[in-house]
Design a protein around this ligand. Structure first.
Ligand code: CP
Length: 318
């Protein structure tokens, strides 16, 4: 595997989950794979889980790791071609990327949607330049439109906890004070569809996601109806995708917060969230602290999803 952005990049999903469970049972078995190989993780945006779990996964595989916070200590980067660089950005991404490629064997990129231009975000302007100009395998550590390491970890977590072959999984919008990207819900929908689960997406009117990610999922605007009989409830805020409101907050309606009363509508369902989470906006204290909250197992499985992806990239290196 050379690039990791979408569920299809893993090939057979059942095989990938089995590989993840094997890695989890014996996470140091492939330590030889990363010997004398260097991972460069580039963060244009903040992170706790992605940074720690991906570094741990790389170390499990015997890799060296370099982390660059672009906004702390590096030259400010210009990303637009054709700009007269007489402002506050002394380096262009078009030089910076191949230079970064000189110092490593694999590159992970975190670069969120900027909400300046929907086409730039949905064409993955930053990630695609790393793929084009770095000369290295590149994987997404949450980009403008997707967060596949998170969704893979979520899938592993559901497989570990499900009690029926095809669980009902509900992706629900929940309120948040700031405009957040659609990357997590996009990927979650993509991966749950690929897994063949019974996926229902619920949100207020105006929060429709990109149809390419919604796929065959049922969209239900009544959250209570959507939650009925759910085995897993995945809460997440996202901003509007549809024009002319792309990137805007249309609602902060706290009747969409996941509470004990909401969870009582489910079939003894589990609560899930990628973290970080704003308590009592997205989810009540009681729900996130309950024995049916999977937020910590999901975070723990981030190490495993990253390790499978890195392992496959290392296996593909010549
Ligand atoms: N879930 C997730 O990606 O967390 P971080 O933003 O802290 O990396």
């Amino acid at each position: 595997m050379k690039y990791f952005q979408h569920v299809a990049d893993l090939g057979d999903l059942r095989q990938a989950v089995n590989e993840a469970l094997e890695v989890k049972a014996n996470r140091y078995a492939y330590k030889h794979l990363g010997e004398n190989k260097t991972l460069l993780m580039i963060f244009f945006n903040s992170s706790l889980r992605t940074r720690l779990s991906t570094q741990k996964a790389a170390m499990n595989l015997g890799m060296n790791v370099i982390v660059l916070d672009v906004n702390q200590g590096a030259w400010k980067l210009e990303t637009e071609r054709g700009v007269i660089m007489d402002g506050d950005k002394p380096e262009h991404l078009l030089e910076a990327i191949p230079v970064m490629g000189c110092y490593c064997d694999v590159i992970g990129v975190r670069s969120f949607a900027r909400f300046e231009n929907k086409a730039d975000d949905y064409e993955e302007k930053i990630l695609s330049q790393f793929i084009k100009y770095s000369g290295r395998p590149v994987f997404a550590m949450e980009t403008a439109t997707v967060h596949p390491l998170q969704s893979f970890a979520d899938l592993i977590t559901i497989e570990e906890h499900k009690t029926v072959e095809r669980p009902k999984v509900v992706l629900t919008w929940a309120p948040h004070p700031k405009a957040l990207p659609q990357a997590v819900p996009n990927s979650f929908a993509e991966w749950m569809n690929a897994a063949g689960y019974d996926l229902v997406i619920t949100h207020p009117h105006g929060y429709e996601l990109d149809p390419q990610f919604v796929g065959n999922a049922i969209v239900e605007y009544d959250q209570d109806k959507a939650l009925a009989g759910a085995h897993f409830v995945y809460a997440k805020n996202w901003s509007a995708y549809a024009d002319p409101n792309y990137g805007k907050v249309l609602s902060t309606d706290r009747s969409w917060t996941i509470t004990t009363e909401k969870m009582a509508l489910t079939d003894n369902g589990y609560f899930m969230h990628c973290l970080p989470v704003r308590r009592n906006m997205i989810v009540s204290d009681d729900v996130i602290e309950s024995d049916h909250s999977l937020v910590i197992p999901e975070a723990a499985n981030r190490e495993i999803s990253a390790q499978v992806v890195l392992k496959r990239i290392l296996e593909g290196l010549k």
